[in-house]
Write a protein that binds this ligand. Structure first.
Ligand code: 13P
Ligand code: ZN
Length: 270
């Protein structure tokens, strides 16, 4: 068996956790990452028949039974993931019943997957139905996006428009807009179901006064998507309280969309 610490998928999730920490998005144990893996990518590093222990998922994940995931642990600090992956990460398979995670590696200190697993796995189910290539869900606490929640209405079309108007790149990177949930208790099956419902339409879902969920094909794409939303939110917050003299008009937004060949979410541009 090859050394799993050398596996490209492991190095990449470690690097992503460190980058997110350095962005200031993931204080303490804030945020969590899940990546769907292929059995063939795991096979050189693990015997997938060797289950260390099983952990109840506490909801029905039968739709993705047999799938493999690498997921950050609950209570674990992103700043520590890279130095000690085996404690801060776990690799598991969803059992045939869909009610257990079969741990194959990690959570070395007896830990378990993130408390946000329902929102992650339900989002994976929703995104795979839209795009079979979808592999990554990232949840994080980006400062400016959360700051916008304190000064903007909880209205996803209005929020999307505010972002598009302030940064040219925004409509190109997320023409589908951002989905939004009102404030809810986190970690619950209910917020998981609400997030997954939004994920049928959006790759970004904002949890009011909490953070963001992003979905994508790989870690780079998903990180880049969140990074663009957060950068745009930063511009919004830096200009909040100032007279905004130059906003991108709806006509200009349509011109950008036409030039880049993207279709903006209907009903936002006048
Ligand atoms: P976990 O430590 O359980 O991953 O939770 C962090 C978090 O961001 C909760 O929303
Ligand atoms: Zn959170």
């Amino acid at each position: 068996m090859k050394d799993i610490l050398e596996a490209p998928f492991l190095k990449e999730i470690c690097k992503t956790a460190s980058n997110m920490y350095r962005q200031g998005w993931d204080e303490r144990n804030g945020g969590n990452i899940s990546v769907r893996l292929d059995k063939k990518d795991l096979a050189p590093y693990l015997n997938v028949r060797d289950v260390i222990r099983t952990i109840p998922t506490k909801f029905d994940a039968k739709a993705i039974a047999g799938q493999y995931y690498i997921v950050t642990g609950t209570g674990k600090y992103f700043k520590n993931v890279e130095d000690d992956p085996e404690t801060n990460l776990g690799i598991f398979r969803i059992s045939d019943s869909g009610t257990e995670a079969e741990l194959l590696w990690g959570y070395k200190d007896g830990g378990r997957f993130t408390s946000e697993l329902p929102a992650h796995l339900m989002s994976h189910i929703a995104r795979q139905a839209v795009d079979p290539e979808s592999r990554v869900i990232i949840h994080t606490h980006p400062t400016n996006t959360i700051s916008m929640n304190t000064v903007c209405p909880v209205d996803e079309d209005d929020f999307t428009h505010r972002l598009w108007q302030i940064n040219t790149e925004a409509i190109v990177v997320f023409p589908d807009g951002v989905g939004m949930l009102p404030w809810m208790v986190c970690g619950t099956t209910a917020i998981g179901e609400a997030t997954a419902e939004k994920m049928k339409k959006y790759r970004i879902v904002i949890w009011t006064n909490h953070g963001i969920y992003g979905a994508g094909k790989d870690l780079d794409e998903t990180f880049g998507l969140i990074e663009t939303v957060e950068k745009t939110a930063q511009i919004y917050m830096l200009t909040e309280g100032h007279k905004r003299l130059n906003l991108i008009t709806d006509k200009q937004l349509k011109d950008i969309a036409d030039y880049f060949g993207v279709t903006p979410k209907a009903g936002i541009l006048k």
